[in-house]
Design a protein around this ligand. Structure first.
Ligand code: SAM
Ligand code: SF4
Length: 355
């Protein structure tokens, strides 16, 4: 039985997040260290869910995820499609492929398309601008989100001018020393952070985020992530457990915890009540029903896979990544039913951030 004063203290830390205050790092660390306390875990879940309902009602927004290329010039130690993985079977979608994905997605009710991929030089400004402009021209009622990694300010500007609405670029960790353990020397913490500020300045709805349980991550690192998010005020936050891939240097590290991921989702919802918060594929892969649990902890976005079926297994960021059933756009009815069971619905909407 935990000290009753400790429980009260931990609840007060959550309440201060709800009031818009930022607790001391030491208080956040204490809170994170005690996330398994049922009373605290439940308190954060209920408040997180209440905040999501207050802001977005019982809507869960869907995004059609198009995994456009698994070629990548980067070599992040955790990622299954890093350039150093010589076993990966590479593919890239062309203009027609991407337009076909959008067409089937539009017909299924998607009003946001997310083009995500490795840092593939073939996806240069000309190609991406042409594709974004064509999607926006054909589907003016849809939002286009890009998630194509680090690019220059001028590139982000061109893509924005071509019509891109949103950009997802997880910061991965707000602690430089930790960042350097997850990436080779050729990747720069400062550059990643700078990109996020560029995106915000250019008027993108901007998404940051991180993995929970990545190798060497400490509770201090996670507390720093929360503090960074509070200061940066992103429109979207992508959070999922780290899951190992057998052809990466991190193959032997344990999976990140689903419970800690859920707890952090609640804290982020409490701290940033209007944020768009996906219940990620990684969470659904980590635990059966993980995405539905994510929604019950305050998430309000799900990103089913719209990529052509034949390439899905090649976009393998981690072992056993889900890409069928309710994960897939063709499984939308399964997803709809499983959300209905917990009291949520999927609107036909762009689902913009309320900010
Ligand atoms: N290349 C772009 C980038 O890095 O921003 C977009 C694609 S990248 C695959 C998208 C996200 O996948 C990364 O930001 C990372 O957090 C996540 N990811 C990569 N490997 C992972 C792993 N092993 N477990 C969980 N998430 C992973
Ligand atoms: Fe490339 Fe993104 Fe994977 Fe890093 S996380 S290797 S940038 S696809």
């Amino acid at each position: 039985m935990k000290d009753i004063r400790l429980i009260e203290n931990l609840k007060n830390t959550i309440i201060s997040l709800d009031k818009g205050e930022m607790p001391e790092v030491s208080d956040l660390v204490l809170l994170l260290e005690n996330y398994r306390e049922p009373e605290i875990f439940g308190f954060a879940r209920d408040l997180g869910r209440e905040k999501a309902l207050e802001n977005y009602g019982n809507n869960v927004f869907i995004r059609g995820l198009i995994e456009v290329s698994n070629y990548c010039t980067k070599n992040c130690f955790y990622c299954g499609i890093r350039c150093g993985n010589k076993e990966a079977q590479r593919y890239r979608l062309d203009f027609e492929d991407i337009m076909n994905c959008c067409e089937s997605g539009y017909n299924a009710g998607f009003r946001t398309f997310v083009m995500q991929g490795g840092e593939d030089p073939v996806f240069n400004d000309d190609f991406v601008c042409r594709t974004v402009a064509a999607i926006k021209n054909k589907y003016p009622d849809c939002a286009v989100t890009l998630s194509l990694g680090e690019r220059s300010y001028s590139s982000y500007k061109l893509l924005k001018e071509a019509g891109a609405d949103r950009y997802l670029l997880r910061h991965e960790t707000a602690t430089k020393e930790h960042y350097e353990k997850l990436h080779p020397k050729s990747s720069s913490f400062e550059n990643r952070m700078e990109c996020l500020y560029y995106l915000k300045e250019l008027g993108y709805q901007t998404g940051a985020g991180f993995m929970v349980g990545s190798p060497w991550q400490t509770m201090e690192n996670l507390a720093n992530d929360l503090i960074f998010l509070k200061g940066f005020q992103p429109h979207m936050v992508g959070i999922g457990p780290f899951l190992p891939h057998s052809q990466t240097p991190f193959r032997d590290f344990p999976k990140g915890s689903a419970e800690l991921t859920l707890f952090i989702l609640s804290l982020v919802r409490i701290m940033l009540p209007k944020v768009l918060l996906p219940a990620t594929t990684a969470l659904g892969t980590r635990e059966e029903g993980g995405r539905e649990r994510g929604i019950l902890h305050g998430a309000n976005v799900i990103m089913p896979n719209l990529s052509p079926v034949e390439v899905r297994k090649k976009y393998m960021l981690y072992d056993n990544k889900l890409s069928s059933g309710a994960e897939a756009s063709e499984g939308l009815e399964i997803l709809r039913k499983s959300l209905e069971k917990i009291g949520y619905e999927i609107p036909v909407s762009r689902g913009d951030c309320l900010k």
